[in-house]
Design a protein around this ligand. Structure first.
Ligand code: ADP
Length: 453
């Protein structure tokens, strides 16, 4: 793929490791960068290295990274030509994508219409069913108001069910219901929470799968009719529906099965006119895939796909957004070896309480197949206002065993002082025989954590 032709100035509407990751991709493409930062992020690494840096507000995300007006104003005054939203914050906000384009700028992501369809989990499931992608069985659309009608739907789907907010995200706005007696209360509580958190109390329900794995397919689509799938990731290790450690490819799923579902995802992208990077999330149980949702942005765990395919996903996002063609065909994409990613959080490994503050020591691992994506250095103070993730250790090896061995060494080499991190949790997971064997389900980590209490 040639790095030629595209030019411009990209405003990175994010912070932390992903802001630095995007900045590196821009630099490799010779795109200029604009870093915007809150008062709490003045010392951030990508801020120091940006061509232009601008403070956009106080620490509160609502008044900085989540404020479309401030971001658009920053774009205007800095002469930015494109905005990369990263993940989280405004990355899946269709109104923001629309406003960026209305201001004459390039939004590095899909169209507002795609974001809107996929951002509503009910319309996303409907679009997937139309495209022939299998979904988790459940209510056909939103739940009715009458309790008896909801009960009839749950009965037809069969208990246990999971009640979910159509606008939900980040593992919030869902509740498992084991019997008819719990249903009414679960529905009203979840609706209330969803209204508070997402401003939308619309709910749906689906079968609660009891031992699935979370398997997802990465896609990349240009505006010239190419839609590719880049293999699968296993993100089953979760706590409170939040991913902790991911791997690619998933073990024990035949490559043909992954190819079948990957092809369906790429076809669905064609149908929707999808643009850019995206992820189809599935639950996988008894050999069957069932779609749960699509993420219309780059994901935290994208590096394990980069390591196994050799494709720089963020660079391709930028190229696609600038109208370039993907110089790849599906048959060029080969998964090589095995990769893991550990999310390093500044939090207590047992209570999970955040541990912001000054990092006095920060020694990174190295060696073959080891990559660390982080914005943190020794002397950095983790602000208390944002997510506790301070970096990601990514390892790649020729086989799963080799990658596991590299992961063990990398985790042992990493030294952090001044704040508490979940490094020891990762070490314990990696030492756990069930994890080493592979193919654990989405409930494994929480069950295992309970046995340690
Ligand atoms: P979010 O948008 O908040 O990430 P998802 O719909 O992607 O929500 O679900 C997050 C996680 O919740 C999944 O990875 C899985 O662990 C669990 N989950 C979601 N739907 C189901 C289901 N039908 N059965 C069992 N677990 C589920």
């Amino acid at each position: 793929m040639s790095a030629s032709q595209i030019t411009g100035r990209v405003l990175i509407a994010n912070r932390g490791e992903i802001a630095l990751r995007i900045q590196r991709a821009c630099r490799a493409l010779k795109l200029e960068t604009v870093a915007v930062f809150s008062e709490a992020d003045r010392e951030s690494r990508h801020v120091q290295e940006a061509d232009i840096a601008l403070c956009i507000g106080p620490a509160s995300a609502a008044k900085s990274y989540l404020d479309p007006e401030r971001l658009l104003l920053a774009a205007r005054v800095t002469g930015a030509t494109a905005i990369h939203p990263g993940y989280g914050f405004l990355s899946e906000n269709a109104d923001f994508a629309e406003a960026v384009e209305a201001a004459g700028l390039i939004f590095v992501g899909p169209t507002a219409q795609s974001i809107r369809i996929m951002g509503d989990k009910i319309s996303a499931k409907r679009a997937m069913l139309e495209a022939g992608v299998p979904c988790v069985p459940g209510s056909d659309g939103s739940l009715p108001d009458a309790v008896e009608d909801v009960a009839a739907i749950a009965e037809a789907v069969g208990y246990p069910v999971i009640v979910k907010a159509t606008g939900g995200g980040g593992g919030k706005g869902m509740r498992v219901v084991w019997s008819a007696a719990e249903l009414a209360e679960a529905v009203s509580l979840t609706a209330h929470e969803a209204r508070q958190a997402f401003g939308n109390g619309t709910l749906y329900l689906e079968k609660f799968m009891q031992k699935p794995r979370h398997i997802e397919i990465q896609v990349l689509c240009d505006t010239h009719g190419t839609a590719l799938w880049l293999g699968a990731r296993d993100c089953s290790l979760q706590r409170r529906h939040q991913k902790v450690l991911e791997e690619a490819p998933p073990c024990d799923i035949p490559a043909e099965e992954i190819a079948r579902i990957g092809t369906l995802c790429a076809e669905a992208c064609h149908r929707m006119g999808y643009r850019g990077a995206g992820t189809f999330e599935f639950l996988y149980e008894d050999g069957l895939f069932a779609f749960i949702e699509m993420n219309t942005r780059v994901q935290v765990e994208h590096p394990i796909t980069e390591e196994t395919t050799g494709i720089d996903i963020v660079r391709e996002q930028l190229r696609i957004a600038h109208g370039a063609k993907l110089n790849l065909r599906q048959r060029d994409i080969v998964t090589r070896g095995h990769a893991f990613e550990c999310r390093i959080n500044a939090e207590d490994p047992r209570t999970f309480r955040p541990s912001p503050g000054l990092i006095s020591r920060w020694d990174l691992p190295g060696g073959p197949g080891v990559r660390v994506d982080t914005h943190v250095t020794a002397g950095y103070t983790i602000p208390p206002h944002y997510d506790s993730m301070i970096g990601k250790i990514i390892v790649h090896g020729g086989t799963r065993e080799e990658a596991l061995a590299r992961l063990e060494i990398a985790l042992a080499e990493m030294r952090v002082e001044g704040v508490t991190t979940n490094l020891s949790l990762h070490q314990d997971i990696v030492a756990e025989p069930a994890f080493r064997e592979g193919s654990v389900d989405i409930h494994f980590l929480e069950n295992w954590l309970r046995t340690r209490e």
